[in-house]
Ligand binder design. Structure first.
Ligand code: DGL
Length: 270
């Protein structure tokens, strides 16, 4: 049994970490498409082609269920994959819905009509491709009314994190938060809509101010996964061991992952 977790690079490790803590007996196979990161500046067809290739590789590893721990792929490719590509006996889930359910105070699978919620002004920080897809606003509109969303495309942050340049990443976070605040001076909540950004969560929170509630995905996705597996234990799949695969330079990616998660992580070539 193994669950697949996919991201363009290191960001999905924030999701993997939370899932591994929540489900300590479940092995996870992680796939980082580091050679092709970042996805956030690519077009939707390109993101679809790369994502299907990577997820296909995780199916070969014995995973029947793959989490796209990548908002960019979830926004730009997931629906198309679910409509015509995912085999009948496999599942691919995204990371958007658990986040939006938390923001809109809903339980899993509550499909009742949209209603008013507490939060009125939401700042969304995400990659350019996720912002362009408007997938977040679409999912939100199914569940909530009267919520004003201001999206900020955070160009450069993923590259800086992948390069291990945290000084640049911090400077970019500050300038993206400033740009957002010029458009929406008083957000009530902020969404970190890219799985790389929790690695800079303290910097986002500091730039936004302590009274802005920052939502990030890792724990929300882990809870949803635990709930899903309780209802669908057969989706645990055939794979047996936890492992990390990358299309990039395995040594370099291992060093960066170890630096970010502060524990030894060894990637193998995909
Ligand atoms: N971590 C990803 C996301 O959640 C991908 C970022 C990228 O490759 O641009 O969007």
């Amino acid at each position: 049994m193994a669950i697949g977790i996919f991201d363009s690079g290191l960001g999905g490790l924030t999701v993997l970490d939370a899932c591994a803590k929540r489900l300590p007996d479940v092995p996870f196979k992680y796939f980082a498409d580091s050679a092709n990161a970042p996805y956030g500046v690519r077009d939707a067809d390109d993101i679809y082609d790369l994502t299907t290739k990577a997820v296909g590789r995780l199916f070969e590893e014995g995973c029947d269920l793959v989490i796209l721990a990548c908002n960019t792929a979830s926004a730009a490719a997931l629906r198309r994959m679910q409509e015509g590509w995912v085999p009948r006996d496999k599942r691919v889930l995204g990371v958007f819905v658990p986040l939006i359910e938390a923001l809109t105070e809903r339980q899993w699978g509550d499909n009742s009509p949209p209603r008013e919620v507490d939060v009125k002004h939401v700042a969304l920080f995400a990659t350019p491709a996720t912002v362009a897809s408007r997938a977040f606003q679409r999912e939100l509109a199914f569940r909530a009314i009267g919520v004003d969303v201001e999206a900020q495309a955070c160009g450069g942050v993923v590259d800086a994190i992948e390069d291990g340049d945290l000084i640049l990443a911090e400077a970019l976070v500050k300038s993206h938060v400033d740009a957002l605040k010029r458009k929406m001076p008083d957000p009530g909540a902020a969404i970190l809509g890219c799985t790389h950004y929790p690695l800079m969560e303290a910097e986002f929170q500091a730039a936004l101010g302590a009274d802005v509630k920052v939502y990030s995905q890792a724990n929300l996705v882990a809870e949803s996964l635990a709930d899903y597996l309780e209802r669908h234990p057969e989706m645990l799949g055939q794979g047996q061991a936890t492992g990390y695969l990358t299309t990039g330079d395995a040594q370099r990616v291992s060093d960066r992952a170890t630096q970010f998660l502060r524990r030894k992580i060894e990637f193998a070539p995909a």
